[in-house]
Design a protein around this ligand. Structure first.
Ligand code: GLU
Length: 605
């Protein structure tokens, strides 16, 4: 995810772009840049770091122009650096593009363009767009962009300008959002409406496969084939803060709702349906290394370690290799024994978690390979691991991890499938079936989100309790741990997670009418066992909320409330079961009036 802004109008263009970028910084902030055009040339300023660094740079060396583009980046391809910062240029420097998203076929395009003589200067996928537009340019930027779009696969919002077609911005959308603000003699294009609202409340939202060609007289809307499109112009009355959160009350809620897209983005470009394969070459770890791995050691902290625990089930069930999951904060201080044929997987959203980094350093050189699963390109953990598989979740602003958890699950499922493939574990048909089911997960998460109102009602009913038990077995035991962590972290309600089978060894004594249970009970191999656990809790006057298969009518009379989950293969149920638990924790916290996005780290006096 990144932020794009563009402006044509009478105002001083650089300040308009900078103000816009500041409002888009929640979308990405590892590097930033602007390009302004006019008077027969294009001038660029790009920096590594936040928009404030760009502002400083422009303060030292001002640039001027009549119109321009700006970008704040959250890297997906190529480390955050000045060279990889957008805007990107073609060979001549006369064509400039900004991009949000991923060009899935960029490697194939890059190889072809290089063979045709184009010279690449960055590691980004975005640079291929500039060269593609250059290749097709013969005077009309609009036509060149359209021809380039026809060759691009993936998800993108693009803005382009060309010195040889002056006074024009061309914008196109296929996936990520793009909004056009129609002011009085001015037009602003942006990733969301926040930067626009300072200038106008009249906006048009581009749909997928639509483009806007903007000049001093305003925008023209077309589809990717060039046919004119009639756009509805809407009036917006939102406050800027609402827009930053896209209408959601808190970042955490917005991020919960981003999960279907985040899962799609993390799968993107990593599955070849034609070949029936998972593509893990981008990790940088050769397939032979994966083939010879005989076990996995997963090292992480907090929510990432819960994702790791679920990853253990994926690795065992799909790749047929044993996996241990370790807290980094414990592992780093141990006299651990690491097998030479083990794959060490370190998971960290930020890629900077100190304990995880220390554990990685201690493990390095003692295992077959180290693989990082992280959301931050070129973070320390990414740099210091032999290989890396990025989660494409975009920046997570809410302190409680939500979308990065499901993105980590997606990455771990891909790693397990990749290992299975390299080792020849299971049949190709089995793996293809799992891939197909993974691709169905985003839609099922959307269905859960559509029914969020019922979870809000439950939160209302249970918000006054002081203790909660979360119960799961098998692959949903770690989901119970994650649900309990979310609740305690943001609502400050005491919550404990247990594996169902452990209840009889002591914890059952806790159950009474003051200790409700959130039970995870999809239809899986431990379903009957969980039913027995629930019966024991009900016999002790405990309330039970059950997250269960939506078709499980029989369960309803044995519990107090049901959260329906769409049917999915048992191994993949954590992707679905965790979402209502995130919503439940969020709603209880919001209703209790605690600070959802920035929970306390110490009790208030
Ligand atoms: N793929 C582009 C890059 O890495 C854009 C990133 C994004 O939209 O997150 O620069």
């Amino acid at each position: 995810m990144c932020g794009i802004v563009g402006y044509i109008g009478p105002k001083d263009v650089v300040p308009v772009l900078l103000e816009g970028l500041k409002k888009l910084e929640y979308r990405g902030y590892d590097s930033a840049g602007v390009a302004v055009a006019g008077g027969g040339g294009i001038r660029l300023c790009r920096v590594r770091g936040k928009v404030a660094a760009l502002e400083e740079c422009l303060g030292r060396a001002p640039i001027e122009g009549a119109y321009g583009l700006g970008h704040t980046r959250w890297a997906t391809h190529g480390c955050p650096s000045e060279a990889n910062a957008h805007p990107h240029v073609d060979c001549t420097g006369g064509i400039v593009v900004v991009h949000n998203g991923i060009i899935e076929n960029y490697l194939a395009l890059k190889t072809k363009l290089k063979a045709e003589g184009h010279v690449f200067r960055t590691e980004t996928d975005t640079e291929v767009i500039a060269h593609l537009v250059e290749k097709h340019f013969s005077g009309s930027l609009e036509e060149a962009v359209r021809a380039a779009l026809a060759e691009m696969e993936g998800a993108f919002a693009v803005g382009a300008i060309a010195v040889k077609d002056p006074g024009r911005i061309v914008a196109a959308k296929m996936g990520p959002p793009l909004v056009i603000g129609l002011g009085d003699g001015e037009t602003i294009v942006s990733s969301d409406i926040n930067p626009i609202l300072a200038h106008t409340s009249r906006v048009a939202f581009l749909e997928d496969r639509e483009m806007a060609v903007i000049d001093a007289s305003g925008p023209r809307f077309l589809d990717f084939k060039g046919a004119p499109v009639e756009k509805k112009i809407e009036r917006i009355s939102w406050s800027p803060l609402m827009v930053e959160k896209q209408g959601f009350k808190h970042f955490m809620l917005k991020e919960i709702y981003e999960q279907p897209q985040v899962i799609r983005d993390t799968l993107m470009g990593r599955i070849s349906l034609d070949r029936g394969e998972v593509l893990l070459a981008e990790t940088g770890i050769p397939a032979e290394v994966f083939r010879d791995v005989r076990k996995a050691v997963i090292i992480a902290c907090g929510t990432s370690s819960h994702a790791g625990l679920i990853g253990k089930y994926f690795l065992e069930s799909l790749a047929g290799i044993p996996a241990d999951v370790e807290y980094a904060s414990e592992y780093r201080y141990r006299d651990f024994i690491l097998d030479k044929d083990a794959l060490v997987i370190v998971i960290s959203q930020s890629g900077e978690t100190a304990d995880t980094l220390a554990a990685l350093r201690a493990a390095k050189g003692r295992a077959a390979a180290t693989l990082a699963v992280t959301n931050a390109v070129s973070s320390s953990i990414a740099r210091e691991s032999r290989g890396v598989l990025y989660t494409h979740a975009g920046p997570e602003i809410g302190v409680a991890a939500t979308k990065t958890f499901t993105a980590q699950l997606t990455a771990l499922a891909l790693v397990a499938l990749g290992l299975a493939q390299a080792k020849g574990a299971g049949t190709k048909e089995d793996r293809l079936a799992v891939i197909a089911e993974l691709q169905r997960i985003p839609h099922k998460v959307e269905r859960i989100l559509h029914r969020a109102g019922a979870i809000e009602d439950l939160a209302q009913q249970f918000m006054a309790f002081s203790h909660f038990l979360y119960l799961g077995r098998w692959v949903n035991y770690p989901v119970a741990m994650e649900g309990a962590l979310k609740l305690k972290e943001i609502s400050y309600i005491h919550a404990e997670a247990y594996a169902g089978g452990e209840m009889k060894h002591g914890p059952i004594a806790l159950i009474d009418e003051k200790m409700p249970t959130m039970a995870l009970i999809p239809r899986d191999r431990v379903y009957d066992k969980m039913r027995s656990n629930i019966a024991e809790i009900k016999a002790r006057a405990g309330f039970v909320i059950a997250a269960a298969d939506e078709n499980d009518a029989a369960l309803r009379e044995h519990v107090d409330a049901v959260i329906p989950l769409p049917a999915t293969p048992p191994l993949l149920t954590p992707f679905l079961a965790v979402v209502p638990l995130q919503l439940f924790a969020y709603q209880i916290t919001a209703k209790r009036g605690a600070d959802v996005d920035q929970p306390r780290t110490w009790p208030s006096p």
